[in-house]
Design a protein around this ligand. Structure first.
Ligand code: GRF
Length: 201
């Protein structure tokens, strides 16, 4: 199964996928990595593995629609079976969603539907919840609203700061991402009551 991974930052989730995919029995490999900005650690991680990269920077396009078209085309060039948003901080547009419906997933660092958006762990801490976690979900046109694929919970400790909580979440988040994407690659998945089967064995 061919994965395209989209990143905006450090790319630790991408790294976890790259490490897992080093084992051929994993069932998926990262064929390209895209970002919305140049010069980020996520792109460097891909380059170190000899994986092609592309940058789709919003300000480089006259309209958001042109950006969406470029991003869609850049992904299509790599014929992905599944696209993973791993810390990609941009909302894709209608063209992208139409092209990749049911094949575009995102990992979010909160237990949706609580705490969507940019600051999941900070918002969870401020609210005072005692369980936090991560959600892997299909992407639809909303912000972190698509159908949930998997969730993992971690405790919030009394002396947590945003950083310590985020780190604890990210450890669980990476494991969930690797396990779930591997299972999807090997067994296929169901979306809108349609079975998508891509596994080759
Ligand atoms: C993840 O926690 C993800 O949930 C959030 O951004 C973080 C990305 O981390 N949207 P990394 O770039 O994979 O290290």
């Amino acid at each position: 199964v061919r994965l395209v991974v989209l990143v905006s930052g450090s790319g630790s989730n991408l790294q976890a996928l790259l490490d897992a995919a080093a084992d051929p029995s994993y069932g998926a490999s990262v064929v390209a990595v895209g970002a919305d900005r140049p010069d980020i650690e996520g792109l460097r991680r891909a380059e170190k593995h000899g994986i092609p990269t592309f940058v789709a920077s919003v300000p480089a396009f006259a309209t958001r629609d042109e950006w969406d078209a470029f991003l869609t085309g850049a992904c299509q060039q790599h014929a992905p079976d599944l696209i993973v948003s791993a810390g990609f901080m941009k909302l894709v547009g209608p063209r992208f969603l139409a092209a990749f419906e049911g094949r575009y997933i995102n990992t979010h660092n909160a237990l949706l539907p609580a705490f969507p958006g940019m600051h999941g762990p900070r918002d969870a801490l401020a609210y005072g919840v005692k369980l936090a976690g991560a959600t892997l979900h299909f992407v639809d046109s909303g912000v972190d609203t698509g159908a949930i694929i998997a969730q993992v919970a971690v405790p919030v400790l009394d002396d947590d700061t945003e950083d310590t909580l985020l780190e604890r979440i990210k450890v669980a988040e990476r494991r969930q991402l690797v396990d779930t994407v591997g299972r999807m690659a090997r067994d296929g998945w169901t979306v809108n009551e349609r079975k998508v089967r891509l596994g080759r064995g």
